[in-house]
Design a protein around this ligand. Structure first.
Ligand code: ADP
Length: 480
């Protein structure tokens, strides 16, 4: 009896039986943190594989100490048909509120990562933690299946086959139900990719789900990926779309700086929505994406249901702050570097060390960004012309208040020229933003008829990366 689904170019297969006999390149062992074997599947693997596995495990423990739950290590397979054994330590079930789910997901994810980094193509998992560790089988199956699908759908792996090897018919049936369920909603929950030719450019966009349109715009130096948790969440009942803005990653990168003026940027968004078949939509945006979204809401209110802005200053407020607030001018002075001819070289030398440091130094240090996230950025920035494309947003902007303050303040203010926003607006603001100070959220009522402000004191400019669930929750609460 078997059941299977495909995810991208990989297959997931259910097998009922004894994992020690599986003919895959790697089998996963539900080990304990001493790695010295034990009962259940752990004992079976050590018995079938022979003493050599234990020796390797001993060497690992003497090198790195006991293996924490949720982590994984690899040894040879000894006498097993499988060439490798990946040992991972599942969580002991303590009622479910001790992070068991995250740890269990970690077991699957870390094992897959380890296998992928060794270019392993086939791997078999037992139902980790569901024996003596007492994890409820239904919940564990959900996590196992979900985590594996999520991993495989990111696409960036050598793995072509994942087996779940269930020892007994009851567990097999649970997994089968879970896989069926995934098959039914799988497409809805998976992030997919497409291109749209609009406004003289080709825009790459990631999307998920179907229903009313909610669109997410990134800023500098991001790309669609910053919104992946929102795509998954809102893909449940919306068509959630996150384009690479023009100039970025996989989208076209017009060479002329004037092509990065707001009027082109907002037209890209209007035409992308039209291309997708929508007359009206919800727009959520961060940083430079937010600048585009603010302008969009001023000039194209008829296309918007609602507007959500995350750490992006309203143009009038920003101009006011740049004119009147020396702290904000200081905080924005990096824009002058970004506009300069030296910017590309300075930011990209040594594999982008400087850009990584000034943009993401803090959230790399505190672990918000993973190694994979950093690799993803470098890949996106390394697309030909992509760094220049992002910098051109700064170059096309008016920053006279920074360059020539005395002259700038003599000119009439934008507030006299720009229309008031009528679209219902939610502004989410991480108050630890060091580039856009909290002055930018003062007085917004003057420019927006219906404005809700949610300040988040312990979040930075990168609040979407830091607190994806909070962002989802705030957006849900606002658009419901
Ligand atoms: P844990 O300590 O992580 O709970 P166990 O080995 O006690 O690990 O049980 C995990 C799961 O592995 C259980 O569902 C059990 O039925 C199953 N299992 C036990 N032996 C094997 C085997 N040889 N092949 C596949 N699965 C097995």
């Amino acid at each position: 009896m078997a059941a299977e689904i495909t995810v991208g170019s990989a297959r997931i297969l259910l097998v009922q039986g004894d994992i020690t006999g599986e003919k895959v390149q790697a089998i996963v062992n539900a080990a304990n943190s001493g790695l010295m074997g034990g009962g259940g599947v752990d004992g079976a693997i050590h018995r079938a594989g022979g003493a050599i596995i234990k020796e390797e495990c001993r060497a690992i423990v003497s090198r790195i100490g006991r293996l924490p739950a949720g982590k994984a290590v690899i040894t040879g397979g000894g006498n097993l048909a499988a060439k490798y054994v990946i040992h991972t330590v599942g969580p002991v079930w303590r009622g479910g509120d001790r992070g068991e789910a995250e740890t269990l997901a970690g077991c699957y994810r870390e094992s897959l990562k380890l296998a992928g980094s060794g270019l392993i193509k086939s791997i078999a998992f037992p139902a980790i933690s569901t024996g003596v560790y007492g994890y409820p089988p239904e919940q564990s199956a959900k996590i196992a299946v979900n985590t594996v699908i999520e991993f495989l759908s990111s696409g960036d792996t050598s793995i072509e086959l994942v087996e779940f090897v269930l020892y007994d018919a009851h567990s097999f049936n649970i997994y089968q139900r879970e896989l069926k369920r995934e098959k039914a909603n799988g497409r809805r929950k998976m992030i997919e990719h497409a291109y749209a030719e609009v406004n003289g450019v080709k825009l790459h966009y990631a999307y998920c789900g179907k229903g009313p349109l909610i669109m997410f715009l990134h800023g500098f130096p991001e790309y669609w990926d910053m919104w992946k948790e929102q795509l998954k969440e809102f893909g449940k009942d919306y068509l959630a779309v996150a384009p690479d803005m023009r100039g970025y990653n996989l989208s076209s990168k017009p060479q002329d700086v004037s092509q990065y003026k707001q009027r082109y940027l907002m037209e890209d968004i209007r035409l992308l929505a039209e291309h997708l078949g929508y007359k009206k939509f919800i727009l959520a945006a961060h940083d430079w994406g937010g600048a585009v979204a603010w302008t969009f809401a001023m000039f194209y209110p008829q296309f918007l249901e609602q507007l959500i802005i995350v750490n992006a200053p309203h143009p009038v407020a920003f101009e006011r702050e740049l004119r009147n607030n020396a702290e904000q001018r200081k905080a924005s002075s990096y824009m002058l570097l970004f506009r300069s001819k030296e910017a590309e070289k300075r930011l990209s030398d040594n594999n982008y060390v400087y850009l990584l440091k000034i943009a993401f130094g803090e959230i790399i240090k505190n672990g918000v960004l993973t190694d994979d996230d950093v690799k993803g950025y470098i890949r996106a920035w390394s697309q030909p012309g992509a760094l220049t494309g992002g910098l051109n947003y700064y170059r096309a902007a008016n920053v006279e208040a920074l360059e020539n303050h005395a002259e700038a303040i003599k000119k009439p203010a934008l507030s006299d020229a720009l229309p008031r926003i009528t679209v219902p607006t939610l502004v989410i603001w991480g108050e630890k933003d060091t580039a856009l100070l909290t002055g930018c959220v003062e007085g917004l009522e003057d420019y927006i008829a219906d404005c809700t402000i949610r300040r988040v004191p312990d979040a930075s400019h990168w609040i979407v990366r830091e607190k994806p669930e909070l962002i989802n929750q705030l957006i849900r609460g606002f658009i419901k």
